[in-house]
Design a protein around this ligand. Structure first.
Ligand code: ACO
Length: 384
């Protein structure tokens, strides 16, 4: 009897790997829910701290639960001196994404108790990881340009504190609110490449630090978290808004990918990109010339791409497209975009790890072997 050809799903396209109640991405309707709440309602009404609680505990907190959780997050902001020293030593000559990964990994080495893989222990570690990753980003941002380290401020919100640690100045309320929204929009997104990498590692019972370190590693690439930086680079290369259409047409005729467009799941407008587009439009009266120009380029590029590839090819703007001009408005250097993404997404990776461990199954997919078999071993001196 002839053996059946194995069915291969390249890139696991269309394959379900588990059940989850954390996040629903409806790629047809362009909807996104965290624990049942729409991203639009969370972006409008919630805070990053509350969204972290929601993702980790599965419900919105009461006032006292939120106060307690916020207090714990703030208490964890200081970095171990070894991590800070590591960042100081390497920041000027190391890629900020690589250093973010290494610094997060160092937290594991410095944690005295890493063997307890219980839900309670992992929630405490998640709080530590969410809080300290933000401080790691602040430290990298300062040290890479030889600026003095700005200690975290325990009285600020999570969003305010990140901006403060990056700039050294107390941010305006409008900037803090916008940063808070950016953190919420990036907090979670089901089983994307980085979350899947996290789960694969968690499934070996390697522990939550190893799991999220795998997540940060996977986030770095331009097909995933690195796309916002790549999209901004493209906008800068376009330079003059009047060059936009020709630039995009040329890229498409060369079969190049336009960064910040397309998504494995969304075959319509990414709802996060829609929210960011509106934010960016509303910033115009309050922007410098650089952001105004970037915005014009972004809007013209989006219009053309939607006309050419939207409905016909299902290639629409994703969350990364409008993020670059917004981070620029916030004064965040482009090298820090991906580390900021890691800081936002840390909660999503942690929530998935905790959920998956409740019903853990080791990931071990198969591959179809197409190489040779039973070759004769030739001693090295007889080989030609
Ligand atoms: N620009 C131009 N063409 C595109 C784009 C794009 N951004 N994205 C996909 N396509 C085209 C491909 O060239 C391909 O065309 P072909 O069939 O003629 O060869 C077709 O659409 C399908 O592309 P795939 O890569 O097979 O589709 P997939 O679902 O795997 O792609 C991905 C998803 C990797 C995100 C892709 O759209 C892409 O590379 N986008 C640019 C990078 C990006 O913005 N990444 C961020 C994603 S959101 C996030 O991770 C936070």
């Amino acid at each position: 009897m002839e053996q059946e050809e194995p069915k291969i799903s390249e890139g696991l396209k269309g394959v379900y790997i588990t059940k989850s109640s954390i996040c629903k991405v409806d790629g047809e309707k362009g909807k996104l829910y965290f624990r049942g709440y729409s991203i639009e309602s969370l972006a409008k009404n919630s805070t990053y701290e509350e969204v972290c609680y929601l993702l980790l505990y599965g419900k919105l907190p009461t006032r006292s639960e939120l106060d307690d959780f916020t207090y714990k997050l703030r208490e964890e902001r200081d970095l171990p001196k070894e991590t800070l020293r590591l960042i100081k030593k390497l920041a000027e000559k190391t890629d900020p994404n690589d250093l973010t990964r290494t610094a997060i990994s160092s937290l594991s080495v410095l944690d005295k108790e890493t063997t307890d893989n219980s839900k309670e222990a992992n929630i405490q570690r998640s709080i530590k990881l969410i809080s300290k990753t933000a401080s790691i980003v602040g430290a990298i941002s300062r040290y890479r340009t030889r600026k003095r380290y700005v200690k975290p401020d325990m009285n600020m919100t999570h969003a305010q504190n990140i901006l403060y640690m990056i700039s050294g100045k107390r941010p305006l309320d409008k900037a803090s609110k916008l940063m808070d929204t950016m953190l919420i929009l990036h907090a979670e997104h089901s089983t994307n490449a980085s979350t899947f990498a996290t789960l694969v590692t968690a499934s070996t019972l390697a522990g939550i630090y190893s799991a999220v370190t795998a997540g940060v590693s996977a986030l770095k690439g331009p097909l995933h978290g690195g796309a916002d930086e790549a999209a901004l680079e493209m906008m800068k290369e376009i330079g003059d808004p009047n060059n936009t259409e020709k630039f995009i047409e040329d890229e498409l005729s060369k079969k190049e990918r336009v960064m910040g467009f397309g998504h494995r799941v969304y075959k319509t407008y990414d709802p996060r990109a829609r929210i960011l587009k509106e934010y960016l439009e509303n910033l115009q009266n309050d922007s410098n010339d650089e952001v105004k120009k970037l915005t014009q380029i972004a809007m013209r590029a989006e219009k053309l791409m939607v006309e050419k590839l939207g409905a016909s090819h299902g290639i629409w703007p994703n969350v990364d497209f409008f993020a670059g001009p917004i981070y620029t408005w916030l004064g965040i250097p482009h090298e820090i975009f991906d580390p900021i993404f890691a800081a936002s997404r840390m909660v999503g990776w942690c929530a998935h790890t905790i959920e998956y461990l409740d019903n853990n199954v080791l990931f071990r997919p198969l591959e179809e072997y197409i190489g040779k078999e039973d070759l004769e071993y030739i001693p090295i001196n007889n080989r030609v």
